[in-house]
Write a protein that binds this ligand. Sequence first.
Ligand code: NAD
Length: 357
Amino acid sequence: MSKTILVLPGDGIGPEIMAEARKVLDKLNAQHNLGIKVEEDVVGGAAIDADGVPLPDRTLAKARAADAILFGSIGGPKWDNIERSIRPERGLLKLRSELGLFANLRPAILYPQLAGASSLKPEIVAGLDILIVRELTGGIYFGQPRGIRTLENGEREGYNTDIYRESEIRRIAKVAFELAAKRGNKVCSVDKANVMEVTELWKQVVTEVAKDYPAAQLSHMYVDNAAMQLVRAPKQFDVIVTGNLFGDILSDEASMLTGSIGMLPSASLDESGKGMYEPCHGSAPDIAGQGVANPLATILSLAMLFRYSLNLPQVATQIEQAVGKVLDQGLRTADIYSEGTRKVGTKEMGDAVVAAL
Ligand code: NAD
């Protein structure tokens, strides 16, 4: 049966980078006769302008019906001052929760050609290949009760609840072990079990799940140490699995080891492997409309889509190798440019990847 991909370009540089990913998708669709159907709709600020809400019912229905979603980026100053409940980011959060996308996969891979772009010494980061598996729909970002209340003495108090059920920990741990088996088979579970009961349970459950994966090597690390180790000796990690809050912070830290956020893809999966794929960066309003944004994170997100949701790993590898080839040719967008390479715009970069396929 033919597969359907829903494309949501979004705002800012979203439409520019998505146009390049579309070229790659269209080329592969024709080259391998894949018969993939592509739909497109609005989300975020573009949807607020068109429909008054950041995630119209129509877009959500299409997202539910699709086999996978390729998402650009959302947000921008135009929508910064509207009411919080209908801001662009709400569209993204609602998509994630409505589709049950609980597993967020963020690879931090350093292409050897870009080792100089990292803020760390090349010998510390060259060859870096970490996969961070972050729980995305639970933990302190969603836990109840939450709020800001006024105490009897008139002082205000803010509070959130960090909460994880055993089943939520078990399913994300399974994802991490399954993915690790296809790579270095090492899983580091990050917690703060010395002070937080919720992560004490996290540690216990991950240890239990590990018994089903005897070939995997499991280690545990406190989050403060993990933050330190990521900049001290990042190559010690293969797969990192952690909760929503720690994962949010550590994945951003890991992304910067690779130099540019313009290179980093991500995937968010549900229990059946259906997923939404998006670059790690935002809508970059400072460069939107200039034709200079790096489209590679979106193109590499498409590669993840082929690997995880369409089960076509050979097509994913073909895209990744084409990106490597283009970097070998010395082509660089402004964010990864260094002396001795050739600066190109968004469109030229996309065309070069298509040519390299
Ligand atoms: P950002 O990621 O958009 O930009 C940070 C910096 O990185 C900017 O200097 C930008 O020019 C640069 N950059 C980002 N992507 C790039 C690319 N592909 N090529 C070259 N340079 C790139 O983050 P921000 O500035 O904090 O946020 C801007 C807007 O994006 C805000 O409205 C924010 O809410 C939104 N945002 C959306 C998402 C998302 O859609 N998932 C994520 C983060 C932020």
